[in-house]
Design a protein around this ligand. Sequence first.
Ligand code: AMP
Ligand code: MG
Length: 343
Amino acid sequence: MALILGLESSCDDSAAALVTSDRRIVAQRVIGQNQAHAPFGGVVPEIAARAHVEVLPGLVREVLDEAGIGPGDVDAIAATAGPGLIGGVMVGLLTAKALALATARPLIAVNHLEGHALSPRLVDPDLGFPYLLLLASGGHCQLLEVRGVGDYRRLATTIDDAAGEAFDKAAKLLGLPYPGGPAIELLAREGDPRAVPLPRPLVGSGEPHFSFAGLKSAVQRAVVAGEHRPADIAASFQQAVVDCFVDRTRLALRRTDAPALVVAGGVAANASVRSALQQLAAAEGRAFSVPPGWLCTDNAAMIAWAGAERFAAGLVDGLDAPARARWPLDEGAEAVRGAGVKA
Ligand code: AMP
Ligand code: MG
């Protein structure tokens, strides 16, 4: 049994956790920065990095104290090394390097996306490889075949905005607070998902990619037109995203033999998203797994767990491990036309 300390600081959550290789979350802490970024309607990288500097060491102290151990009692130290806002990533990675250096324990440089990708296995011991993962977060929207630790095949990605980004932008247009996802979900409960005709970008297209920029523009037009209740716009927007997820994920499922569908990332905290994809998995004869909401949004337990999986596979890193703003899980995946690539 190995005990792993994990650190997360790639966006606007500072987090530390202690997780064992037999799936016990010994202690964990998360401090979000929503209030610091709320006036700007999005995450300000410089403010985020400074906040990580202030709170991350204290969180490490707290999880160690709660477990009644010292830093030298862990078997390895894992930290998000990318992708993310580079200032924050450097704070967490350098904190982990300092601890690894002081304790002579190995460093594990974790890809944040791998943290999300493996997180369902922390709470679902029956979930084996391979599985199809819909990763929908503030910065990403991808369909990945997860074949093993460090072994990913990307089937689809977004050609413009990430899914969580779409929720955040739609919320801003509706005058809702940041982060937009939870606010839209709450307001949508009082609305009619069929009230506002909104597009389903790329639905029915031959590759399972995503696009949300056109949907955002349509929400903007609906808000400006002023003919619909905000709750109806929120509900119709959420339904449009769900419909895109279901159509695109169905296509991807039919391109893989993977026996299970898994959803992770912040948008997977959405109840409508979860239930629609659960129904899709059942209809396609696949098992379904989704982590609890707290494990979907950014946290350090998933980083410690990815560290535990990599440690068990003998994958440790040197103290020269780089911090990476960009770090695709499937390095071999082709760039998609529209995703920042000129045709
Ligand atoms: P992450 O990047 O994984 O930390 O996820 C953060 C993103 O998830 C933000 O864009 C949030 O708006 C979005 N999000 C969080 N909770 C929900 C929710 N209940 N419904 C939709 N999106 C959500
Ligand atoms: Mg994330």
